[in-house]
Design a protein around this ligand. Structure first.
Ligand code: ACO
Length: 436
């Protein structure tokens, strides 16, 4: 109940408490319950934060009902058309797109920090064959703190350009090294003459026996994919980053936690899970059977790449990827039978009442894997690609969080376990039994 602009009144146990209303710059309203417990003894209960704004943020705006995504006020559609990933990284971390000089300086910093410490390179030899690259990546990023010891909060914040460039650049090198190790090929070092995405493709696919031809259209697609994944406000991994960072953990350990959160199949791991699902459907041939399985509440199967906590309409990133995927595959004359399966799944799902009623649409991951396949990226690297792209977003949130008056994140709970009376009773019974 809105009592006056700026307040709502809550009646608890016959007492009226005024709670301030806050309104975001895009009109989103919230009730500030910061003083609720102090004033009433009550807390709020909101498992999985379905209805809780955990912070103020100036980085990314998402309107899940209208399908809007903007970084620092700029629509995602425009960024995809007019910018490169490195510029978007700068935008997220610094708040503005770089001018020419800033862009050059940032690129120079990325180049200067692209090499991994040689001692770290040997770490790769000790992971077992077949280890998932996301596990390797989170471990390696955590280890960075031991190699670059200036990890106290102040040094990192003061030197955010360097901290940011080192992470964005080095993690790309790590990812490519992890892949080369997994296929038993010598690693390829980064080159200063190549752009960020071209460099990554070269490190992944160049080999002493077969030089890699860097195709501009592949570089463009990778830029688009990275831009689309660069931030998405308070998603699971970003929330992990902000929560863990609030304990004043160094940036490397914080990002490592973000990578771990992202690896889950309900989050960043979904892009790999989508391809596995599409392959399963293709092998079976009966799309409707899988749609019915997804609708069956007794069956744990879900349509991977469908649904989103925030978007209740078509994910704007999925719309861009779908269009780019069709165009790119056509341009390079690449026929992927999984694309046909994906189209059929989408078509059936979008006309099915189950999906319509629940507002379940393809999310960013539905078509991403098909594009990665066309780029030659192996499936177990898909989530790593997502992590590379999300780094600037995580760093921006970390920077915003430590720059504000954030207290350590520490939610409350409603305890529903045994009471002291229960345990005393059980202990008394036990005592009687042992005495007998
Ligand atoms: N297939 C079938 N049913 C689904 C799906 C799906 N993919 N997603 C949601 N539903 C159903 C749920 O069973 C639930 O039905 P009910 O009301 O009958 O109980 C209803 O839709 C609401 O779903 P929730 O699970 O409450 O939605 P939530 O916001 O918690 O979950 C999530 C969002 C995790 C993305 C979910 O839609 C999902 O599991 N999707 C598949 C995994 C996936 O694609 N993840 C990537 C997300 S994007 C990203 O992380 C970058």
């Amino acid at each position: 109940m809105v009592e006056s602009p700026g307040y709502v009144t809550l009646e608890i146990e016959g007492r009226k408490v005024k709670l301030p209303v806050v309104v975001g710059s895009e009109g989103e309203k919230a009730i500030d319950i910061g003083n609720l417990r102090r004033e009433t003894g009550y807390v709020t209960l909101d498992p999985s934060f379905m209805n809780t704004a955990a912070c103020y943020s100036q980085i990314t705006f998402v309107d899940g009902e209208k399908g809007i995504l903007r970084y620092r006020g700029i629509p995602i559609e425009e960024l995809v058309q007019k910018t490169m990933f490195v510029e978007v990284a700068y935008l997220l971390v610094h708040g503005e797109l770089p001018n020419e000089e800033e862009r050059r300086n940032f690129s120079r910093l990325l180049n200067r920090n692209s090499l991994l410490h040689e001692d770290m390179r040997h770490f790769f030899d000790h992971f077992p064959q077949g280890a998932h690259p996301m596990h390797i990546l989170s471990t390696m990023i955590n280890a960075l703190a031991a190699f670059y010891p200036n990890v106290d909060l102040k040094s990192m914040a003061d030197d955010i350009d360097l901290s940011c460039a080192r992470l964005i650049s080095i993690v790309r090198t790590m990812a490519a090294f992890a892949y080369k190790k997994s296929i038993g090929e010598p690693v390829v070092y980064p080159r200063h003459d190549l752009s960020y995405c071209a460099n990554f493709l070269n490190m992944m696919f160049d080999s002493p026996v077969s030089p890699y031809q860097i195709r501009p259209e592949a570089v463009r697609i990778l830029n688009i994919l990275f831009i689309l994944h660069a931030d998405h406000e308070q998603n699971c991994s970003t929330t992990a980053v902000r929560s863990i960072g609030s304990a004043q953990v160094n940036l490397y350990a914080t990002i490592s936690a973000g990578i771990s959160a992202l690896s889950g199949p309900l989050h960043g791991g979904a892009n790999q899970a989508v391809i596995e699902m599409l392959r399963m459907i293709q092998a079976d041939g009966d799309v409707k059977k899988f749609i019915n399985m997804a609708k069956d509440r007794t069956n744990p199967f879900r349509l991977m790449g469908f649904g989103h906590r925030v978007y209740k309409t078509y994910d704007p990133r999925a719309a861009i990827i779908k269009k780019e995927c069709n165009a790119y595959l056509e341009r390079i004359h690449y026929k992927d039978p999984l694309l046909d399966v994906a189209r059929e799944v989408e078509e059936i799902a979008l006309t099915d009442p189950y999906f319509i009623e629940r507002h379940l649409y393809p999310n960013v991951d539905f078509y991403t894997g098909i594009l990665y396949r066309a780029l030659g990226i192996p499936e177990n690297m898909f989530t790593v690609m997502f992590a590379l792209a999300r780094l600037p977003g995580w760093i921006a949130h970390w920077k915003e969080m430590i720059g504000g008056a954030t207290k350590i994140v520490r939610p409350r709970q409603i305890y529903i376990g045994k009471t002291l009376a229960d345990t005393m009773e059980a202990m008394a019974v036990r005592e009687v039994l042992t005495q007998n």
